[in-house]
Design a protein around this ligand. Structure first.
Ligand code: FES
Length: 186
């Protein structure tokens, strides 16, 4: 329970830092309402997503209703409203991957991670999204985990993908703890 509270506080702090940075960046942008879309794109490019509160800030910057900014952002499916996870998982649903069962792979990740596409797990470890063809149809169905392409993914491989990430995380944490111990003893 207290782990969850700490996690929430950490996440709130991360989001607040993003909002603070956007507050600093916004005055540097044009106030011409034709620039509204490019400004949303810049925010997403810089921070990886559009926090909901940032759209209220953008609305104030352009002196338009917040509903207008929400409307524009949700009309274009290029925007994400949740922060990307440390391990973004992109399930390809281009034609070749779709034909080879991409939807079932996506469903398996949804169930395994307990999030829907477009969402991020509460601990920000994983985010899940569907993407169009990533250019390696011969390996379909394909999933991109971070920078790594997972090929010929089957439902049973989904668990293996997550387990591999968990093992890498554990190794990294042990190495970090070892380094901290070493620097404490020096
Ligand atoms: S359709 Fe998935 S890689 Fe081309």
């Amino acid at each position: 329970m207290s782990d969850n509270i700490e996690q929430d506080q950490e996440v709130d702090l991360e989001e607040q830092q993003v909002l603070d940075a956007i507050a600093v960046e916004l005055p540097g942008f044009s106030r011409d309402v034709h620039q509204l879309l490019p400004v949303l794109q810049k925010i997403q490019h810089t921070h990886g997503y559009l926090p909901r509160d940032s759209m209220v800030m953008v609305a104030a910057h352009f002196a338009v209703a917040a509903a207008k900014v929400f409307g524009i952002a949700t009309f274009y499916n290029q925007f994400r409203f949740n922060p990307p996870g440390r391990h973004p998982i992109k399930v390809c649903l281009g034609t070749a991957c779709h034909v080879k069962g991409g939807e079932i792979i996506l469903e398996n990740f949804t169930r395994r991670l307990g999030i829907e596409e477009g969402e991020t797990t509460q601990d920000r470890e994983y985010s899940l999204e569907r993407v169009a063809c990533v250019g390696c149809c011969a390996l379909a169905p394909v999933v991109v985990v971070g920078e790594k392409i997972e090929s010929y993914v089957t439902p049973s491989k989904v668990e293996g993908v997550i387990t591999e990430i968990e093992i890498q995380n554990e190794i990294a944490e042990r190495e970090k703890a070892k380094d901290e111990q070493q620097s404490d003893s020096e």
